[in-house]
Design a protein around this ligand. Structure first.
Ligand code: PMP
Length: 450
């Protein structure tokens, strides 16, 4: 039996470079919000993979469209050619985008698009004859990816442990996080409080040394789905505009309908100069990220050195953009953003009702179909569990056993907060599936803390 189990767990002879302290069930197929493994076990994918599978698993409509494109042409060099699918995806996304964002580029991962966004801002300041504008303000908590620039911008200290100095031009400011703000009336005073902190950062660094400000409109994996306080991004946008600082919205996780609007920036009053998408954009049917920028900024580059100096092998590759276009068509045909908004309200309501009364649940937060739960040792003092107890890791393992898959890699990791977990099911989830998800989660938490 052991041997049979081994071969199910490590079918390729265990040669992948990965964490070997855990077992990895072999997934054979998926359908909608469910995944199935080689033993026939069914999982409810409450994290859409890594908040990726927006249109659900095994989506035949999407796959057929991608298949058609792959048979025609899968790859062309983006510096020589373009393709209809790429052009269509660009124009359709720009038509949906916040005003002014009328130019798009496509890359493979969120990290790559974040790198490109920051390089875009840096190049623009050099073209403008202000090369001293080198710094980028990022927020903590916040996550922007795992390549060097993106990681430098990320408030995830444990990811950085082994990799020497990060980029020195990154400056951080505190991001709003209601449960730990210390404010009595967060909705009323949150914007004022956190904008003041940003102003202090600007004063300390000197606004004219800052190239760009980057933020997730709704903070994802580093804070378990934390939306901003009312008015925050309106004021941040205005402040950055006052000093000419370029604003970058990282919607890799919260974009593409997850919050109940296609662009989370619009929902929360953020008017960015550069917008980055990933994950849900292709729903996992191909690696795909996007960068949306302003025409006038591109014009400045054209008049200067000629173009934005960034190319990669898979830039605008049709195998990727076909997935984006097929997914976008699926969104429109099924009115998926409106569905996500509707089911999202039900999800948020049900989660709070079922979880807040449970032991050790400090906070339930989120918007649309992304939500986070913070667990604490003591809900009245909000004191976190000691790090060494790894409570959320064990809880997630228990829920996994029960067939519920959650996002497992969250938390500030510096001991300033409790244990976080995050939920972000496929946007195609139904109300009945939300009820199943919440009930399984609540039962699992109850049992675990008994
Ligand atoms: N930005 C945000 C907000 C993210 O959540 C992530 C991934 N979790 C990234 C960037 C990086 O994307 P990728 O892992 O595709 O490089």
């Amino acid at each position: 039996r052991d041997e049979a189990e081994q071969s199910v767990r490590y079918p390729q002879g265990n040669v992948l470079l990965r964490n070997l302290t855990r077992d990895f069930p072999v997934v054979t197929h998926g359908q909608g919000v469910h995944l199935f493994d080689a033993r026939g076990k069914r999982y409810l994918d409450a994290s859409a993979g890594a908040l990726v599978a927006s249109v659900g698993h095994g989506n035949r409509e999407v796959v057929d469209r991608i298949h058609e494109q792959l048979l025609q042409v899968a790859y062309v060099n983006g510096t020589h050619f373009t393709t209809r699918v790429t052009e269509q995806l660009a124009s359709r996304l720009c038509a949906l985008a916040p005003p002014g964002l009328t130019r798009a580029a496509f890359l493979g991962s969120g990290s790559e698009a974040v790198e490109a966004a920051v390089k875009f801002a840096r190049q623009l300041w050099v073209e403008r004859g202000q090369p001293e504008r080198t710094k980028v303000i990022a927020r903590v908590p916040g996550y922007h990816g795992n390549t060097l620039y993106a990681l430098s911008l990320s408030g995830r200290p444990h990811y950085k442990t082994f990799f020497g100095p990060m980029l020195a031009e990154v400056v951080t400011t505190l991001a709003p996080y209601p449960y730990r703000s210390g404010l009595e009336d967060y909705a009323r005073d949150g914007a004022e409080h956190y904008v003041r902190l940003l102003e202090e950062t600007l004063r300390r660094e000197g606004p004219h040394t800052i190239a760009a400000f980057i933020a997730e409109p709704v903070i994802g994996s580093s804070a378990g789905a934390s939306p901003p306080p009312p008015g925050y991004f309106e004021r941040v946008s205005a402040l950055c505009r006052e000093y000419g600082i370029l604003t970058i919205a990282d919607e890799v996780m919260c974009g593409c309908g997850r919050t109940g609007r296609f662009f989370a920036s619009e929902q929360f009053g953020f008017t960015p100069d550069v917008l980055v998408l990933g994950k849900g954009l292709s729903g996992g049917y191909a690696p795909l990220s996007a960068l949306l920028v302003r025409q006038e900024h591109l014009e400045e580059m054209r008049r200067g050195s000629g173009s934005f100096m960034h190319a990669q092998t898979y830039l605008q590759a049709p195998a990727m953009t076909a997935a984006g276009l097929a997914v976008l068509d699926y969104y429109e045909r099924h009115d998926l953003v409106a569905h996500a908004a509707r089911v999202g309200e039900h999800f948020q309501r049900r989660l709070r009702k079922a979880l807040l009364p449970l032991p050790h649940v400090g906070s339930v937060q989120g918007v649309g179909l992304m939500a986070g739960v913070e667990f604490v040792e003591d809900t009245s003092s909000r004191r976190p569990f000691p790090r060494a107890r790894k409570v959320v890791e064990r809880l997630l393992a228990e829920l996994f056993e029960r067939g519920l898959v959650l996002w497992s890699n969250t938390g500030h990791a510096d001991g300033t907060n409790g244990d976080l977990l995050m939920l972000g099911p496929p946007l195609v989830i139904t109300e009945a599936e939300v009820d199943e998800l919440v009930d399984t989660l609540a039962r699992g938490i109850h049992h675990f803390f008994q």
